[in-house]
Write a protein that binds this ligand. Structure first.
Ligand code: FE2
Ligand code: FE2
Length: 399
């Protein structure tokens, strides 16, 4: 049952604008003539916001030994852009919190904050001058869901119950509009800069990833993928094509990715606390130090990413470069994952058969495209496999 997109457009227009303070902060973003003094003056007009910003800059995350007692000092030490985006984030979270509807808010914020934190650290690793922009984008990119739910709660529940969220096309067919389109409308209504609106609009559009003008779109896609594999996802449909595009656009080594992933979990915890979004859910972290996993692919960019992901799960990634089938037993490898895309070559097929015939646990990870995969009788795991997929596969071999 499609809804009337006009109703959503009308509702967005009726929504209150962001608080004046946030609007003024957004104006500062685009005004080169603005100074640190302008920024502190705006924030100082709101006592609660000032206190929040100071509490955050004095938190263990920044790790300053001396207390930063004034906002102007914080701007000097943390930076103009960081303080500005931090304040905008606080204001927008407060505005979204006012939206009602049967959204699973715990998962919604878990996803937004995970994407925000992962995006920020990815940008830092990429030496982007304003990593906080990725934080704001990650935090707000799925706001379209909150609006659809607030305006059409019954239809939203029906859609979720039917499990329709497998692709953005199905979402658009059902609602007549997709959450990135709705998200963009709200961001425009809130007068966010055009570059941020554009990233929100296209975060599920594979054709846009190659055309991206800066790293913000691929970074957001990667942050979404990170959230998905670590079960911090919302209803977002996953598109493997988007991730392969993002991996092509971003050049980070496995070590750099590991540095990013190491910091995300702690930052998410701290951020939830600061935004008043901690839901007291039990966190269970199970490490798997004894598992040694090898990922073999002809796509070096994907190998770097996957290696770091495997490490972030507490498993030991065994490097492809040092891998020789003959010594696989000696290396005590729990599982070898072969990238389906790499299997198109005859040598890889031979390698897969050889490993398998030697009793080594081998499986194939699906390709990012629809191309036909060679059927060589090996188990298959998803392109964006999760920790559980790997563990299940290892378990199935031991049975
Ligand atoms: Fe998302
Ligand atoms: Fe999304």
């Amino acid at each position: 049952m499609a809804i009337n997109p006009e109703k959503i457009v009308k509702k967005i227009r009726e929504l209150p604008p962001l608080p004046i303070i946030a609007q003024r902060l957004l104006e500062v973003v685009d005004d080169d003539r603005s100074s640190a003094n302008d920024l502190t003056e705006i924030i100082l007009t709101d006592q609660a916001l000032t206190a929040k910003v100071l509490r955050l800059v004095n938190s263990s995350f920044y790790g300053f030994s001396r207390k930063i007692s004034t906002l102007s000092k914080a701007v000097v030490i943390i930076g103009f852009a960081a303080i500005k985006n931090m304040a905008i984030s606080f204001c927008t979270v407060e505005a979204i919190k006012k939206l009602k509807g049967p959204v699973d808010w715990e998962r919604y914020w878990e996803h937004g904050i995970t994407c925000a934190s992962a995006g920020k650290f990815l940008c830092q690793a990429l030496k982007d001058p304003v990593p906080e922009k990725a934080f704001v984008i990650g935090l707000l990119h799925d706001v379209g869901y909150a609006i659809i739910c607030a305006t059409h709660p019954k239809e939203f529940e029906e859609f979720i119950d039917k499990g329709y969220y497998t692709s953005i096309v199905e979402e658009k067919e059902f609602f007549g509009i997709s959450h990135p389109e709705v998200g963009r409308m709200l961001m425009e209504h809130w007068r966010f800069p055009e570059d941020i609106c554009r990233v929100v609009r296209h975060h599920h559009t594979p054709s846009m990833i190659e055309k991206a003008e800066d790293i913000q779109l691929p970074v957001l896609v990667m942050a979404n993928a990170y959230s998905y594999i670590n079960d911090a996802s919302y209803y977002d449909p996953f598109c493997s094509e988007m991730l392969s595009g993002a991996l092509s656009a971003i050049s980070l080594s496995s070590t750099q990715y590991s540095g990013v992933f190491k910091d995300v979990a702690e930052h998410v915890k701290m951020t939830k606390d600061f935004f008043g979004l901690s839901f007291n859910s039990e966190e269970t972290v199970s490490r798997s130090d004894d598992l040694r996993v090898s990922f073999i692919s002809s796509d070096t960019k994907r190998s770097e990413w996957v290696g770091a992901i495997i490490e972030s799960w507490g498993m030991t990634p065994v490097l492809v470069s040092s891998f020789k089938p003959i010594i696989a037993h000696e290396q005590d490898i729990s599982l070898v994952i072969l990238d389906a895309a790499a299997l198109s070559g005859e040598p890889m097929l031979l390698l897969a058969r050889k490993l398998s015939s030697e009793g080594i646990n081998v499986c194939i990870s699906e390709s990012s495209s629809e191309t036909h995969m060679a059927d060589i009788g090996l188990p298959v795991i998803p392109y964006l496999f999760k920790c559980e997929d790997v563990k299940k596969q290892i378990k199935s071999f031991s049975q």
